[in-house]
Design a binder for this molecule. Structure first.
Ligand code: SF4
Length: 206
């Protein structure tokens, strides 16, 4: 496990999200939009969204249909628009307009589950937590680091296996899964952990 960890940290020493944001409000919105959608697509819609709604207060007072219109090219835009509006209203009512910075408080917001909360904490604070998206799930199963069926149980396995520098490993696993250990036709010739690979099958969280 130590070798897998050190190889990832060596190969991705400065891994960061590809989402474009300027503050924690924008990061939270980006991460909420990125569920089952590519970062590239999110980065296309957010400039106009943030120009119209630059902060929690403006988003909390937004017109739902207008949010939908601005994010309509993102997957599940109807639900995501509703969640964005409610999330902003909750932050205003329950947290004085400041995006909260603990996992528990983030998870109290509409549309924010454990993965979204952890990604925000990883990205903004380099928190020592793991978040399991489709890439992290696939890579950790191919490498035999986890055999869990759900993302939450996989997160627990990875946390136990790697213990420290989880934020860096999360970012590294995401980039490795996105560009090398792809779901279909992984680039195994470029793989730096090939000797640990247990299967090239695809895996998806239950
Ligand atoms: S050998 Fe291929 S399938 Fe296995 S971990 Fe490496 S890139 Fe992924």
């Amino acid at each position: 496990m130590d070798t897998i960890k050190s190889r990832f940290l060596e190969h991705y020493p400065h891994a960061k999200t590809e989402l474009i944001y300027r503050n924690i409000y924008e990061l939270l919105v980006c991460v909420m939009l990125s569920a089952q959608c590519t970062d590239k697509r999110v980065n296309i819609v957010t400039p106009a969204l943030f120009a119209r709604y630059p902060d929690i207060k403006s988003l909390a007072n937004a017109n739902l249909d207008d949010i939908k219109e601005l994010i309509k090219s993102v997957s599940f835009f109807n639900n995501k628009a509703r969640h964005l509006l409610t999330m902003a209203q909750q932050v205003l009512a329950d947290f004085g307009g400041e995006v909260p910075t603990t996992q528990e408080a983030l998870k109290s917001l509409a549309g924010v589950g454990q993965k979204t909360a952890n990604v925000v904490l990883i990205e903004f604070f380099n928190a020592n937590v793991m978040a399991v998206d489709t890439h992290v799930f696939r890579v950790s199963h191919r490498l035999g680091v986890s055999r869990a069926k759900s993302a939450i149980d996989t997160e627990a396995d990875l946390t136990k296996a790697f213990k420290t520098q989880l934020f860096a490993l999360h970012q590294a696993f995401v980039l490795f899964g996105r560009y090398v250990c792809k779901a279909l036709r992984p680039e195994c010739a470029q793989c730096f952990v090939q000797e640990f690979c247990t299967t090239r099958s695809n895996f998806k969280p239950a």
